[in-house]
Write a protein that binds this ligand. Structure first.
Ligand code: B4P
Length: 182
């Protein structure tokens, strides 16, 4: 079974939902930069206060801030992991490659979950988080296309990408993911 995984895909495609299920099943460390940032916001830490304003505009939090959060956790990990929502820029991906080389834990597979924009918007509006209103969601989709989607090519060149259809119910998508991992 693959132990070092990365989930890629637009906002609202279900990365967090599927990552939680898979991590429970395979006993992997679930590292969601979105969740980690939201817990900093909830704790009103200095980092959280900086991040909240950026997240609520639908922008990406700075690479250096996100990298400092991830580095700490990954280097402590001894078992498998699943990165959810990270990396989101080429700079983050390149920094991750250096870190993984240092700890000798290469990525086994990148799971790219895809869904059309209208369904994404519908799901996010239904979720109703503070950054889930239509104007902000459309901006997040634009940021995804500009800054995160180039990572598909980056990881494709390394032969790591497996594409999963993100439509249908949660169980159906979980099955597709399992099929791609076995
Ligand atoms: P994230 O927390 O990563 O969230 P997301 O991309 O919006 O959602 P995800 O794809 O995980 O969807 P979910 O499972 O929740 O990012 C939030 C913000 O944090 C970013 O905009 C950015 O500002 C910041 N950030 C995070 N990481 C960063 C980084 N590395 N660098 C810089 N900034 C960063 O699913 C969405 C909804 O759909 C849920 O309500 C779910 O219940 C529902 N759903 C899931 N699967 C479904 C299905 N099959 N059918 C119907 N509904 C479904």
């Amino acid at each position: 079974m693959k132990q070092h995984l990365l989930f890629l895909g637009p906002p609202g495609v279900g990365k967090g939902t599927q990552a939680s299920l898979l991590c429970k099943k395979q006993n992997l460390l679930h590292l969601s930069t979105g969740d980690l940032l939201r817990s900093e916001v909830a704790a009103s830490s200095t980092l959280g206060l900086q991040a909240a304003e950026v997240m609520n505009r639908g922008e990406l939090v700075s690479d250096s801030l996100v990298l400092s959060i991830v580095e700490k956790r990954l280097s402590l990990n001894k078992y498998g992991w699943l990165l959810d929502g990270f990396p989101r820029t080429l700079i983050q991906a390149e920094a991750l490659a250096v870190l993984l080389e240092e700890i000798n834990q290469p990525i086994d597979a990148v799971l790219l979950i895809e869904l059309n924009d209208e369904l994404l918007i519908e799901r996010l509006i239904a979720r109703g988080r503070e950054d889930d209103n239509e104007t902000v969601i459309r901006h997040r989709l634009k940021v995804y296309k500009e800054k995160t989607s180039p990572l598909v090519d980056y990881y494709n060149k390394q032969g790591l990408v497996k594409t999963i259809k993100g439509d249908g119910d949660i169980e159906a998508i979980a099955r597709r993911i399992q099929e791609n991992l076995s």
